[in-house]
Design a binder for this molecule. Structure first.
Ligand code: CA
Ligand code: CA
Length: 161
């Protein structure tokens, strides 16, 4: 991305700060998300996180007790999106999954696909994969952080630590 475009995105985000969501972000449920599919943009997990932070956001986190979760997943399914970085990793300690806001990831959640995370070849970052079928769903998988995937940014994420 060139600097002019970066500046444009920053100014757009600032200009829209008083609106429901910054420019480029959509309100889904009660939250503002930006989907990189709209920009045909893929990045490694770290690059995606850095870019989200540049946009005054972070990689999307899920609150399993919260309805926003269902809104986001329904939206992803409706758009046919798949293979998307979200804001969870076990980079700091293998097997200890945390969201980027420092909350611990619920390992008993049915969001994890069967037998995931299985950590082949140091899979330390979480992606959403859309399962097809009559009742499409979205599942969490662990995946190599260095691969370039689509990603979701979310505003208003604050560290819970
Ligand atoms: Ca891992
Ligand atoms: Ca896996």
């Amino acid at each position: 991305m060139n600097h002019t475009l970066q500046l444009f995105l920053l100014l757009s985000a600032l200009a829209a700060a008083q609106g429901a969501c910054p420019n480029g972000f959509h309100i889904v449920g009660n939250q503002c998300y930006r989907f990189s599919q709209e920009y045909s943009d893929t990045k490694t997990w770290e690059q995606a996180r850095t870019f989200c932070q540049f946009l005054d956001s972070d990689l999307a986190v899920l609150d399993l007790d919260c309805n926003d979760n269902n809104h986001l997943i329904s939206y992803i399914i409706s758009k046919g999106y798949t293979n998307i970085w979200v804001g969870a990793s076990d980079t700091a300690m293998e097997g200890f999954w945390k969201w980027v806001d420092n909350r611990v990831v619920d390992m008993t959640s049915t969001l994890w696909f069967y037998n995931e995370p299985d950590n082949p070849s140091s899979n330390d970052c979480a992606r959403f994969v859309r399962a097809s079928g009559d009742f499409p769903r979205v599942y969490l998988y662990d995946h190599p952080c260095s691969q370039s995937l689509n990603y979701i940014c979310q505003t208003g994420i604050h560290s819970k630590q």
